[in-house]
Design a protein around this ligand. Structure first.
Ligand code: 0WD
Length: 256
């Protein structure tokens, strides 16, 4: 019996079979969880449906986090299928590509900053709020995906790093806010992984190469490893952990 048996989770951010959220879904399903998925925009619907089916899930809901209406509709629809929810995986981020290369100040705009923060950080709190009543009394767990650029000035990561810093602060405030009702809130800070979102970051290849050469384990992390750590954080094995950022990056963050 898996350590997530009898638990139900909503997984956002599956865009392909390379997505971190897909690694999470596979690990959670293996551990016995029942899953529901969201997709952003019509063109991802079929792909996400196919991937969801591989996890035995028929619950696939549209969700663009820039829309309050879609957030409400998503949790409304979920509530019709499930009488409770044990957690939400937030695996969503976006910043305009033009702001993910070059000198931070040169490329910074108000619009880009606001968009990056709205989609990559605000949305975590918005999903927590919308899912709150479904999670009440179930020792729920929320997990968001972050990156080292939240705490260090990583070349080209720019405004996304600032948004990740906001996301990690959001983790702490949400943990303090929802802890009294039993809900835990954490983030995973993943090492770089080649996904669709990563393709938007300038010179991502050299980021991967640099990690491989220097990191303690001398290799990049996989979506399966991030998935396993996320499954753990969502399980009762992690019942004492909240408000934290767990690094799953083959040890890169410890280097000076
Ligand atoms: O190296 C990496 N790939 C790392 C990613 C290292 C550390 C952290 N992360 C984070 C990302 O910042 C993100 O928060 O992991 C999370 C998942 O990213 P991913 O798996 O690397 O990327 P991807 O497979 O592209 O999934 C992210 C998805 C979007 O994909 P596209 O490629 O279509 O932008 O986030 C979703 C979308 O499906 N997304 C949205 N979902 C709902 N509403 C929105 C939105 N407005 N915008 C983007």
């Amino acid at each position: 019996m898996g350590f997530l048996t009898n638990k139900r989770f909503l997984i956002t951010g599956v865009a392909s079979n390379r997505s971190i959220a897909w690694g999470v879904a596979q690990a959670m399903q293996r551990e016995g969880a029942e899953l529901a998925f969201t997709y952003q925009g019509e063109k991802l619907q079929e792909r996400v449906k196919d991937l969801a089916a591989k996890c035995g899930s028929g619950i696939v809901l549209p969700l663009d986090v820039t829309s309050d209406q879609e957030i409400d509709a998503c949790f409304g629809a979920l509530g019709e299928q499930w009488d409770g929810l044990d957690g939400i995986i937030h695996s969503i981020a976006f910043a305009p590509k033009e702001e993910l290369e070059g000198n931070y100040v040169d490329v910074l705009t108000r619009q880009g900053f606001n968009t990056a923060h709205e989609i990559s950080s605000y949305s975590f709190g918005a999903l927590a709020k919308a899912g709150r009543s479904l999670m009440a009394g179930r020792n729920g767990s929320l997990v968001a995906m972050s990156y080292l650029g939240a705490v260090r000035a990583v070349p080209n990561y720019n405004v996304m790093g600032v948004a990740k810093a906001s996301l990690e602060a959001n983790v702490r405030y949400l943990a303090a806010s929802l802890g009294p009702e039993g809900t835990r809130v954490n983030a995973i800070s993943a090492g770089p992984i080649r996904t669709l979102a990563a393709a938007g970051i300038s010179d991502f290849r050299s980021m991967l190469k640099q990690v491989e050469e220097k990191t303690p384990l001398r290799r990049n992390v996989t979506i399966d490893e991030v998935g396993n750590a996320t499954a753990f954080l969502c399980s009762d094995l992690a019942s004492g952990i909240t408000g934290d950022v767990l690094y799953v990056d083959t040890g890169y963050h410890i280097l000076g």
